[in-house]
Design a protein around this ligand. Structure first.
Ligand SMILES: *Cc1c(COP(=O)(O)O)cnc(C)c1O
Length: 421
């Protein structure tokens, strides 16, 4: 459920009408709903009720400071995968003890930044990384809390570009090598082993792979404890999928996901961390765009909109589906017709949908892409010298621009022409 509904025939974000925002900021733009973010976070809190836990929002899904502060103020932890994300978490007021640092390629600088600024734990993805963390922590006279990310070799049954838990993926330490890696960790100065970490992929629409992975983590935890390691936390990653279509998809509910966690690892006495991104932010945002032209082609009509693949890359990158809806609700009984919805970028890949059934639209009509709050704005680029589009946040009947559109002057000013030219 989200808070983007029609009221009196006009799409609203909570109590604010989309045309009102469009008039104020111009299209295209992203808009996020505070109530939806809050509700989704609460669902995870409820799902893990009864277990000591920390829900760490995966910043990579949506890193706007206003989004992070909304969640951080509710008590969320943060899962970061770069120094930049770490700084965003801190800037949003989240203390280091609620920040976990994931990612396969942490640099010395990033490790230094997190150790000096405060960190709950590093999720370590390789032995060489563990040695660098040990070296940096030792130089600083600090102790780095770590969990090793293990690769459980389970099939997440999701899109190949976002599956991470098979042995052929670049992520984590193969679970069969984990005991040896933990033994090394225990011997390194500046390292304090606190837990086990796993993350098998994104947009999972089946609970079974989670259950399989968590059981492997359970077994490993028992072995590691027998080996003398003090495993007090289990980080179970993110990845719970969301419905991208209103009609027929029903991915598992956080409550059922929580039940899988309780059933598989709930009795180990560990503090549970999870790292949901998409489920919290995905359906908390939409992308609003205007039709520039309706172009009648041979056998198909093109809706050319002012958003493009640089603003929302998921359709061209993953073949992802976003529901596309008119902002002004069509009169009941209006017949839909097929459109190819495309952006202005000079690439055939700049296609949001082919043959999509939508009620008739024309130039200047506003259109919304649903489920655009995760992996939307964060993956945007300025390809074709299109400035990054603004982000807006709604809370009840208020809205605020939470990232403004840069001017062309600002965009050009970042380039430097060498003096020999
Ligand atoms: C991407 C990622 C997440 C978040 O995944 P979602 O599918 O957005 O929930 C969590 N943890 C790690 C390590 C990730 O790489």
């Amino acid at each position: 459920m989200d808070h983007f509904l029609y009221k009196d025939g006009v799409l609203h974000a909570e109590d604010v009408s989309i045309p009102e925002i469009a008039a104020a900021v111009g299209t295209p733009f992203y808009v996020y709903s505070t109530a939806t973010l809050t509700r989704h976070f609460a669902l995870f809190q409820e799902a893990l009720d009864g277990l000591p836990h920390l829900v760490c929002f995966a910043i990579k899904s949506n890193s706007n400071l206003a989004v992070l502060k909304t969640l951080g103020d509710l008590g969320a932890g943060m899962d970061v995968v770069s120094g930049g994300e770490y700084l965003r978490a801190k800037a949003a007021g989240v203390p280091g003890e609620r920040i976990v640092f994931s990612g396969v390629g942490k640099t010395r600088e990033e490790i230094h930044l997190a150790l000096t600024g405060g960190i709950r734990q590093f999720n370590v993805e390789s032995e060489p990384e563990m040695r660098v963390i040990s070296a940096v922590a030792s130089e600083l006279g600090l102790e780095a809390p770590i969990a090793l990310r293990v690769n459980p070799d389970v099939d997440a049954k999701t899109h190949e570009k976002i599956a991470t838990g098979k042995s052929e993926n670049k992520f984590g330490i193969p679970i069969a090598k984990a005991r040896a890696a933990y033994a090394e960790a225990a011997s390194l100065p500046g390292i304090k082993v606190v837990g086990v970490d796993v993350h098998i992929g994104s947009q999972l629409t089946d609970l079974e792979p989670f259950g399989a992975a968590f059981l492997k983590v359970r077994e490993l935890t028992q072995q590691l404890r027998a080996d003398g390691h003090n495993i007090i936390r289990l980080d179970l990653g993110g990845g719970l999928g969301i419905p991208y279509t209103r009609s027929n998809e029903a991915p598992p509910l956080p409550l059922d996901y929580g039940a899988v966690i309780k059933r598989t690892v709930g009795d180990l006495g560990c503090e549970i961390e999870i790292e949901p991104g998409r489920l919290i932010s995905g359906n908390a945002g939409i992308l609003v765009t205007s039709v520039i032209y309706l172009k009648e082609g041979e056998g198909r009509d093109f809706l050319i909109v002012d958003a493009a693949m640089n603003d929302l890359v998921r359709p061209s990158m993953y073949g992802a589906h976003h529901d596309i809806v008119p902002v002004v609700e069509p009169a009941p009984g209006t017949e839909a017709r097929p459109y190819d919805v495309v952006g202005p970028v000079c690439e055939t890949g700049d296609t949001f949908a082919k043959g999509r059934m939508i009620t008739p639209l024309g130039a200047d009509d506003l259109v919304a892409f649903r489920s655009a709050g995760a992996y939307g704005a964060v993956m945007a680029s300025e390809y074709n010298s299109r400035p990054l589009i603004p982000e807006v946040m709604v809370n009840g009947d208020q809205f605020a621009v939470i990232r403004r559109r840069p001017s062309f002057e600002e965009m050009l000013a970042r380039d430097t022409i060498p003096e020999w030219l």
